[in-house]
Design a protein around this ligand. Structure first.
Ligand SMILES: *Cc1c(COP(=O)(O)O)cnc(C)c1O
Length: 368
């Protein structure tokens, strides 16, 4: 019997009831996506031409003006920052991360600082925080704008936080002063409508991960926006020289994300959500039989858990702590990944396969 690559390397595989999380591989690609990647690998091609044509195709499929394909949403954040500071200027982009002579402040609400915004700082931009963790108002946004403002960075997952402000209220203020708004919406699908939501509100650049619900290659991402700023993104993105040169995107990945977006655009999400919900019902029903757990269904309420409107099963063990159960599930082979949420484990169906449900249920029952 031939060993799988993971067996050869002696690393366990995982049943993923956590979600489209990079730490466990994001999401699985459809066979069509892998085929497109294999096909792309058979020929040489001018990468800049492919990158531009693929961006146009993705924009068309998603019904937006323009798109720059990147090697991930984090790279998209860095490249967007470079684009806003340089506007694609040939000399300025080669000067980064030295920002002399450029607007070099990223305005950001204090509660919108995330682990991912380190990516924007790579470009040389400095974060100018507005408000406190628990409070911010539009007057503070207005007062923070100056000639040094390069863009306003908005983390959509932080929107429900107390110190946040509705994007709708922020955009008009920035529009008046010509400061572009960049939204990190990396994991905000489903719903599908979120792809256009922030652009329709007036945001200038919106960033999505290609390797989460879009189910493209793990190392892919999209920046969506208007033609001129997206051209500035392209100028700062590999194969062109700028800070984006170190965030390489290859022909196989470009082909893969185009195919994945094609499948995503055609996908019936009402049907998909019904499948996910029935998986959650099955898990809830099975685990409710255990005398050692309280099980409920619900939606995540803490900010930062994406996508927020996807039903989960929440399991509260009664004989041991949730943390203990979480760890024991990870010690198994295959590992069982869930989300640890206070005193409960959250079971997210987004990356589960039907045939993995019995494996997950068995593991829970043995450990509860
Ligand atoms: C996953 C994620 C990113 C990073 O996306 P990659 O495609 O892995 O680079 C950035 N921001 C948020 C909010 C995310 O959830």
């Amino acid at each position: 019997m031939t060993l799988s690559i993971y067996e050869q390397l002696k690393v366990k595989t995982a049943v993923n009831a956590w979600g489209t999380v990079t730490k466990v591989g994001g999401s699985k690609m459809a066979p069509e996506v892998l085929e497109a990647m294999a096909e792309a690998s058979k020929h040489y091609v001018e990468i800049a031409a492919l990158h531009e044509a693929a961006g146009r195709r993705v924009a068309e499929l998603l019904g937006v003006e323009a798109c720059c394909i990147t090697c991930g949403a984090a790279a998209g954040i860095a490249i967007s920052a470079a684009a806003c500071m340089t506007r694609g200027d040939a000399a300025k982009k080669l000067q980064l991360p030295d920002t002399t002579g450029m607007p070099d402040e990223a305005l950001v609400l204090k509660c919108h600082r995330t682990l991912y915004d380190q990516a924007m700082l790579l470009s040389g931009v400095k974060a100018k925080e507005i408000g406190t963790v628990s409070f911010a108002c539009v007057e503070q946004v207005e007062a923070a704008i100056s000639d040094r403002s390069a863009f306003f960075f908005y983390a959509s997952e932080a929107e429900p936080m107390r110190g946040s402000i509705d994007l709708n209220k922020i955009i008009p203020i920035l529009k008046k002063r010509n400061v572009p708004v960049v939204v990190d919406a990396a994991a905000e699908v489903p719903p599908k409508s979120n792809i256009r939501k922030y652009l329709d509100m007036g945001a200038d650049l919106v960033i999505f991960s290609g390797g989460k619900e879009l189910r493209g290659p793990q190392s892919s991402g999209l920046i969506l926006g208007g033609t001129s700023l997206i051209a500035a993104c392209d100028a700062n993105c590999c194969p062109n020289y700028s800070i984006g040169r170190s965030m390489k995107i290859d022909k196989e990945t470009i082909a893969g994300i185009v195919k994945a977006v094609e499948l995503f655009a055609a996908k019936d999400y009402d049907k998909q959500i019904a499948i996910w919900e029935s998986m959650v019902h099955r898990i809830t029903e099975e685990l409710s039989k255990s005398p050692y757990a309280t099980v409920r269904e619900g939606f995540p309420i803490e900010p930062g858990i994406q996508p927020a409107d996807l039903l989960r099963a929440y399991v509260k063990p009664t004989r041991k702590s949730a943390e203990r159960l979480y760890t024991e599930l990870l010690e198994r082979d295959p590992q069982i990944y869930t989300g640890l949420s206070g005193h409960e484990l959250a079971v997210n169906p987004q990356c589960l396969e039907e045939e993995e449900i019995p494996v997950l249920v068995k593991a829970f029952k043995e450990l509860l």
